[in-house]
Design a protein around this ligand. Structure first.
Ligand SMILES: NC(=O)c1ccc[n+]([C@@H]2O[C@H](COP(=O)([O-])OP(=O)(O)OC[C@H]3O[C@@H](n4cnc5c(N)ncnc54)[C@H](OP(=O)(O)O)[C@@H]3O)[C@@H](O)[C@H]2O)c1
Length: 286
């Protein structure tokens, strides 16, 4: 018998010859190493906007892979409670924190509340965002400011708040959730799209500055994903513009399509990936 792990026990009689035996063992070791690297056991992950949609899927996936979870919501307490129940069923430790990132003190109060719940944060997923769909020439100053504050300014201050402790730990993962609109801006979402491009620039800048401190900083850019957000009304744009915005794979994505990539980037498997923009968009960015 050869024991590779609790689950991988093989009999030496199952090999044709020693070369075959070496190949099988090396494949199993490789598989074991990769699944070990994907484990988030002992890590604590804070996921903003995890009361539904992509944030919820990331929280559930991280919990399945062993992380303790801090959920966040703004106005959807009931939805967040539902997600909390799902995370608890996975036997993961889970907390919930409320914050409005469109308010200037939103990040400060969020950071303080998180530190009352957990003693360390290893992974920060900046997923919450405000998206206001309107003709570009009708967008008001307040609507512009709300999106800049919630999507862009808060991203910087979330990183400023959580990165120093990660630096001390010499291990951290920061993942922003961007959008295919970084490169294909929707005509009715002018400020939202611009904030997503701005965040990528910030990610590339900070990734370089934290690269030698055990912290990776990346951006995952979804295409059209089936979450409550895509049911919200959007003013009709010209067909000539909309045709350019279709998803080549022929169907929209699911939140879980983003969660798998988020797990990879935020685990030890992703330690050599930093400052990157990764599209999870069914080819929409092409
Ligand atoms: N779905 C897509 O097709 C798509 C495509 C590209 C990019 N994205 C990006 O992916 C991320 C998640 O999208 P999603 O579709 O899963 O979103 P969603 O279902 O609309 O959920 C948005 C989350 O953000 C929170 N949130 C909204 N306004 C907030 C505020 N002012 N302060 C703090 N939190 C706030 C919401 O909390 P409450 O509900 O509790 O208020 C909710 O948890 C976003 O960054 C989005 O821009 C999505």
């Amino acid at each position: 018998m050869i024991y590779l792990s609790d689950r991988n026990v093989i009999s030496s009689r199952s090999f044709n010859n020693t070369k075959h035996q070496a190949e099988v063992i090396s494949r199993l070791i490789c598989k074991h190493m990769i699944s070990e690297k994907l484990s988030l056991a002992g890590k604590t992950a804070v996921i903003t906007g995890s009361s539904q949609g992509i944030g919820e899927a990331i929280a559930l996936t991280f919990a399945e892979f062993g992380a303790s979870i801090v959920l966040h919501y703004n106005s959807g307490k009931q939805k967040a409670d539902q997600v909390r129940k799902k995370v608890s069923k996975l036997k993961a430790e889970v907390h919930i924190v409320q914050a409005d990132f469109s308010k200037p003190n939103g990040v400060k109060s969020f950071h303080e509340k998180v530190l009352k719940k957990v003693t360390r944060v290893d992974i920060l997923v900046i997923n919450a965002s405000v998206q206001i769909a309107k003709n570009w020439d009708k967008l008001t100053s307040d609507e512009f400011d709300e999106q800049i504050q919630a999507n862009f300014k808060s991203t910087l201050f979330l990183m400023q708040s959580f990165a120093p402790a990660m630096e001390k730990q010499q291990w951290g993962r920061i993942l922003t959730i961007g959008s295919v609109q970084q490169v294909k801006p929707h005509p009715e979402m002018i400020a939202y799209a611009a904030t997503k491009s701005a965040v990528l620039n910030l990610v590339q800048n900070i990734a370089m500055q934290l690269a030698d401190k055990g912290i990776t900083v990346n951006n995952l850019a979804p295409g059209v994903i089936a979450t409550p957000r895509i049911d919200e009304p959007v003013p009709k744009a010209d067909d000539r513009i909309l045709q350019r915005m279709q998803t080549p794979v022929g169907e929209i994505g699911q939140p879980e399509d983003c969660a798998g990539m988020a797990l990879f980037i935020c685990s030890d498997a992703g330690k050599f990936i930093t400052g990157q923009n990764i599209f999870v968009d069914g080819g929409m960015s092409l």
